[in-house]
Write a protein that binds this ligand. Sequence first.
Ligand code: GLP
Length: 261
Amino acid sequence: MEVVILPDAAAIGSVSADAIGALLGRKPTAVLGLATGSSPLAIYDELAARYDRGLISFQQARGFTLDEYVGLPAGHPERYRNVIDTVFVSRVDFAPGAVRGPDGLAADIPAACAEYEEAIRQAGGVDVQILGIGTDGHIAFNEPGSSLASRPRIKTLTRQTRVDNARFFDGNIELVPTHCLTQGLGTIMAARHVLLVATGRSKAEAVHQLVEGPVSALWPATILQHHPHVTVLLDDGAAHRLQLADYYRETYRSKPAWQAI
Ligand code: GLP
């Protein structure tokens, strides 16, 4: 696991966009795993800016989102499918239908989950998976207690996650759905490169567990310690509790220029 501590979200966006740009340069048909939440916004802003400048194209790429609320109507602005369109997909040149998400309105949820996993597999798997992390250590919506080998399925959101996400629902936890569909931890582990982004002190404990804690279903993100290629991109706030922060800083500073993340 590589830990990169950067001054701010803009720097995180820039380093991430370098990695994604390099991937698309060598593989224009790359499959991108797209996360919602506020953490990846700087990445999407930087990618959109590079697209505007003609430096990058998503024309042949595909995308799969991580998760979706169950039951939000198709036009709801907080439906993750709509969120990812607004913050990223509509700002660049993906082909129509190239980005998919789990169907939170499916009548047969287990079938929709199995079909989603199969669609990712048929696309050749995810080349780079962008991730945020919840304050309780969830990735996608794999809440504490999730099977570390899980596949897409329905989950009940914890009260903490609903409290955290109430800010997107007029501050009213009652408006936050109680259930979601999410890629499983096993699905995420199959991505070839994981870029996990966290900013701010509210994430410091989850980041400490992710990087330095024991692997445990109590902190689902810790499963990433078993992944061969994870880059954790942090600001100082999110890095605040890391025991080996100085070592991570030194390692990144002394990294040879040719060795990208
Ligand atoms: C949400 C999403 C996650 C996201 C996390 C953190 O509930 N399901 O994919 O990583 O919570 O969100 P944020 O980046 O806004 O703090």
